[in-house]
Design a protein around this ligand. Structure first.
Ligand SMILES: [Mn+2]
Length: 454
C-alpha cells in the first residue's frame, strides 16, 4: 500500500537554495520604493482545544523569502539607497522551553543556515524594529497578524511628523506588501515547479490508491484515510482538508464532513491534494464506487471531461485567464442543451448564470503554488490576466445535480450526481504541462482500476 503504483515518489526534489531565496529578497527589494522596510510576520499559532494547538503552518511569504517554518518569527527586508539588508527575529534558545516544544535554531546558526544578514531575538523586537522604522520612509506591513508589530508600526507612524520635522527621516507611508509579493510568487521557478510536480505525483498516487481500495459501502472517511495515509507515507500532508463526497454529498462544493457510506451505484467525488516544502497540489477525481459508471453518470462524466480537455487546450502563453473558463462553459452549455437539461435556445443564453450557472456555479481555475488558492491578481486593471510561461493554475470544471436542492426541479435520471475533474496545469513556452497527469481520468482507465485491490 502507498507505494506509488509505478510513480517514482522516492526522490524529493531539492528545496530552494539560499541563493534562490536571496535572489527573491533582492527582487522584492528592487520592486518596493527606495528607503523602504518590508515586514513579514509569520502566521500566529492557533488553539484547537485547551493547551493543544493546531499543527503549525508558516505563512507562505515567510517560506517564500526565508524558508523559515517555525512560529513567532518576523522577517524584515530594508532597501536603503539601493542596498538590501535582511533581518529575522526568532525565539532565542531556551532549554526549559525546548524541553517541551523542541530544539530551536540559535541566532548564530540561523544567520549561517538561512538567507539573512542578521538574526535577533523576538524578545527584543520592540526596540530594534522601532529603530529600523526610524530609518525608513515607506513601511510595507500587513496588519492583524501580530499585536506587538502593529503597535510598534503605529507608534512609529504617529511619531513621524515630529521626527521628520527634526531630522527629515521617519516612516511616512504605510503600504500593503501583498500586491508586490503576489506578482513575484505568481511566476514559478524551476525549483518550485519541480516541487509542485512531486506534490502532484504523490497526490496522483493517493487518488489511484483510493480507487484500487474502493468497494460499495465504503465510508467516505475510509477513503479519506487511504488518501491521507498515502500523503503521510510519502513525507507529505494535506494542503487543505480533503473533500470526499458520495452521491448527493458530491454536490456540496466544500463538503468535508466525510462521514457517510458511499453506496452501490453512487459516484464519489474526491478533492484532495498534498504539499511538499509548502508547495500544494489540488486534484479532484470523480468515479463510481462499484467500478462501473451508469449510463447517466457516464454521459455527464464524459461531458465534464470534454469540457476540462477543452479548457486545458486553452492553457498557453498569450491566452487570457478567462479563456479556459469560457472554453469549459461552452462545452458544458452545449452538452446540457443537447441533453435538454437547459433550454437556451441560443448557446449564449445557455451559457448564462441563470442556465448553466444552475449546475456549474464556480470558476474553472485558480492560481496554485505555496497557497492552494495562490496569490496573484486575476484581472489587473479589470482585464483578464494574460497567461505566461511559469504560471500554474487549476482546471476544474464540474456539474452538480443536487437532489436536495429546493430551487430547481431535477430529473430523477440526473439527481444525486456531482462531478468535478481537476488538474494542476503549468503554462510552458509552447503550451502547457499537466502536472497531475499521472492521475487517471478517462472512463476506461477508471473502470479498470476501481476496486482492483479491494
Ligand atoms: Mn481547486
Amino acid at each position: 500500500m502507498f507505494e506509488g503504483h509505478g510513480l517514482d515518489l522516492s526522490q524529493t526534489p531539492d528545496h530552494p537554495t539560499i541563493d534562490e531565496l536571496r535572489s527573491r529578497q533582492l527582487k522584492i527589494a528592487n520592486v518596493v520604493e527606495n528607503d523602504s522596510l518590508l515586514i513579514i510576520v509569520n502566521n500566529p499559532e492557533s488553539i484547537r482545544s485547551a493547551d493543544v494547538e493546531y499543527p503549525y503552518r508558516a505563512s507562505s511569504d515567510m517560506l517564500y523569502f526565508v524558508g523559515w517554518s517555525k512560529p513567532d518569527a518576523v522577517f524584515c527586508i530594508s532597501n536603503r539607497g539601493g542596498e538590501m539588508k535582511s533581518l529575522l527575529f526568532i525565539p532565542p534558545r531556551d532549554t526549559l522551553k525546548e524541553t517541551w516544544t523542541g530544539l530551536r535554531i540559535g541566532l548564530d546558526e540561523a544567520t549561517n543556515q538561512f538567507p539573512i544578514d542578521r538574526a535577533e531575538s523576538i524578545e527584543d523586537i520592540t526596540d530594534i524594529l522601532a529603530s529600523e522604522l526610524e530609518k525608513s520612509t515607506n513601511v510595507y506591513h500587513q496588519r492583524g497578524l501580530s499585536d506587538i508589530v502593529d503597535r510598534v508600526v503605529d507608534d512609529a507612524l504617529l511619531e513621524t511628523s515630529r521626527m521628520r520635522q527634526r531630522t527629515g527621516f521617519g516612516p511616512a507611508n504605510l503600504c500593503d506588501p501583498r500586491p508586490v509579493i503576489a506578482e513575484l510568487r505568481l511566476m514559478k521557478s524551476e525549483t518550485e515547479i519541480a516541487l509542485m510536480r512531486h506534490s502532484c505525483r504523490i497526490g496522483s498516487a493517493a487518488h489511484i490508491e483510493s480507487m484500487q481500495q474502493a468497494f460499495s459501502g465504503m465510508a467516505e472517511y475510509q477513503i479519506q484515510a487511504v488518501i491521507e495515509g498515502c500523503f503521510i507515507h510519502n513525507g507529505s500532508q494535506w494542503s487543505y482538508p480533503s473533500i470526499v463526497g458520495g452521491g448527493d454529498n458530491a454536490t456540496i462544493l466544500h463538503y468535508n464532513e466525510n462521514n457517510s457510506p458511499v453506496n452501490d451505484g453512487e459516484l464519489v467525488l474526491i478533492d484532495a491534494g498534498c504539499e511538499i516544502a509548502g508547495y500544494a497540489s489540488d486534484i479532484t477525481r470523480t468515479w463510481p464506487i462499484n467500478g462501473k459508471f451508469t449510463e447517466a453518470q457516464a454521459i455527464l462524466y464524459q461531458l465534464v471531461l470534454d469540457s476540462q480537455m477543452a479548457a486545458i487546450s486553452m492553457c498557453k502563453p498569450g491566452a487570457t485567464f478567462d479563456d479556459p473558463h469560457n472554453a469549459a462553459k461552452k462545452v458544458l452549455a452545449q452538452g446540457l442543451l443537447d441533453l435538454g437539461i437547459i433550454s437556451g435556445p441560443t448557446l449564449e443564453e445557455a451559457m448564462s448564470s441563470e442556465q448553466l450557472g444552475t449546475y456549474f456555479m464556480h470558476r474553472t481555475s485558480h492560481w496554485i503554488g505555496l497557497d492552494v488558492h495562490d496569490v496573484g491578481v486575476y484581472a489587473p486593471d479589470d482585464t483578464p490576466r494574460i497567461l505566461e510561461s511559469g504560471m500554474v493554475l487549476t482546471i476544474e470544471p464540474g456539474l452538480y445535480f443536487g437532489a436536495w436542492r429546493p430551487d430547481v426541479d431535477i430529473d430523477e435520471k440526473w439527481a444525486g450526481i456531482g462531478i468535478r475533474i481537476e488538474d494542476d496545469v503549468l503554462i510552458t513556452e509552447n503550451g502547457c504541462d499537466v502536472l497531475s497527469d499521472d492521475c487517471p481520468k478517462t472512463i476506461a482507465d477508471l473502470e479498470s482500476i476501481i476496486g482492483s485491490a479491494a
